[in-house]
Design a binder for this molecule. Structure first.
Ligand code: MG
Ligand code: ZN
Length: 371
């Protein structure tokens, strides 16, 4: 079926959803046996209590979480510690290996592990990352860089020159052009054909797919959702459309709601609410793209729990009050939500590293880039 015929059907489907009919909660079945495109969305620090809070804030029956046909849980622990950090957590997704806390795209012996983004890039897939932190922050870094420590921000930025990433949207421009070593990586990226822009607008970007680009939304870390930052949902939608034009083979897109974790470290309820609602909208955009496209596997998860979050009674029957047992990460299992071709393989309880294998298997390459 062509896109032209499908789009009205999907619009009717989404219009029906707002009428709250029970059937409307179900997404259309995928149109392919295997996915062509992968969208992996990571809510940093997001586990069950955070998703529950997001669901109640959005309104029962309205949140994106209730629309997924498949839900599983992953065990988030690091190589040698029960509680993971975001570097080891993202490396587990990116490489399929547990590693030590603080390590970026390397094994426990600090030898580099090729990531799924790098492998798919080498196989001809279009690749992108859209985040609300800097490019050098642990989660995006673990998909493209190989460094012993997450704190090596300039070295992580250097690693962006080693992979033909098609697009990046997020903060951290200063790590590329305002560095102690005086190197200007933006010039090097421009030499490789990248269009480099600052801000959150898409007007001056090669959205026709004619060139790779980096859109820097901040010099260091982007602002908070509670202070009005709101580019993630739209950037996710636009990036899916752009990546689709960059390769016939398909695309791999990693999207991160990076600051959910920071709100939790700060034990800040209103910041958490703003980030969870922003992420709900972002996941919604990914689902909408996948529902129309029919060949896209959407996987949403967190890298670990943060804040020891629980939902305590509030002042009225309809109220609740998130409470925090800590300002650090915890070892709770983390939910995984999946939709699209092969999404059924994401049910059950498994290691965080299994997500890597499940994505490759869904693509029909159970041995990874080795096919
Ligand atoms: Mg992160
Ligand atoms: Zn954290």
């Amino acid at each position: 079926m062509s896109f032209r015929f499908l789009l009205p059907a999907v619009l009717v489907f989404f219009a029906c959803r707002s009428a709250h009919s029970p059937a409307a909660l179900t997404l259309p079945p995928p149109k392919a046996e295997r996915p062509k495109n992968i969208i992996l969305l990571i809510g940093d620090g997001m586990a069950t209590a955070q998703v529950s809070a997001g669901l109640y804030w959005k309104g029962v029956g309205k949140s994106v979480w209730e629309r997924f046909p498949t839900i599983g849980f992953h065990k988030s622990h690091a190589h040698d510690e029960r509680v993971t950090d975001s570097a080891a957590g993202a490396t587990a997704f990116a490489c399929g290996h547990k590693t030590v806390n603080g390590a970026i795209g390397v094994l426990p012996d600090y030898s580099p592990c090729q990531t799924i983004l790098e492998d798919l890039d080498a196989l001809g897939w279009a690749t992108g990352m859209v985040v609300t932190c800097s490019a050098t922050h642990a989660t995006p870094a673990s998909f493209i860089a190989h460094q012993d420590l997450r704190a090596f921000t300039e070295a992580i930025a250097d690693d962006y020159l080693h992979t033909a990433l098609d697009c990046f949207i997020g903060g951290g421009k200063g790590y590329f052009n305002d560095r102690p070593d005086k190197k200007n990586l933006l010039d090097s990226l421009a030499d490789r054909g990248y269009v480099i822009r600052s801000g959150t607008g898409f007007g001056r970007l090669p959205m026709d797919g004619s060139a790779p680009f980096m859109l820097f939304t901040a010099d260091r870390e982007p602002g908070t959702a509670s202070a009005g930052r709101h580019y993630l949902p739209q950037a996710t939608k636009k990036t899916c459309e752009y990546l689709q034009k960059r390769s016939e083979k398909g695309f791999f897109l990693m999207v991160e709601g990076s600051q959910i974790d920071w709100a939790l470290h700060a034990n800040d309820r209103s910041w958490l609410k703003a980030e969870m609602l922003d992420f709900d909208e972002t996941v919604s955009e990914a689902l909408q793209f996948a529902a129309v496209n029919g060949e896209t596997l959407v996987v949403v998860t967190g890298d670990h729990e943060c804040g020891g979050c629980s939902l305590n009674p509030g002042e009225g029957k309809r109220e609740f009050r998130p409470a925090f047992a800590s300002r650090l990460h915890s070892a709770s299992m983390v939910p995984v939500y999946a939709y699209g071709p092969q999404s059924q393989t994401f049910s059950g309880i498994y290691q965080n590293t299994a997500i890597y294998g499940k994505i490759w298997a869904a693509l029909g390459m159970p041995n990874g880039a080795g096919k």
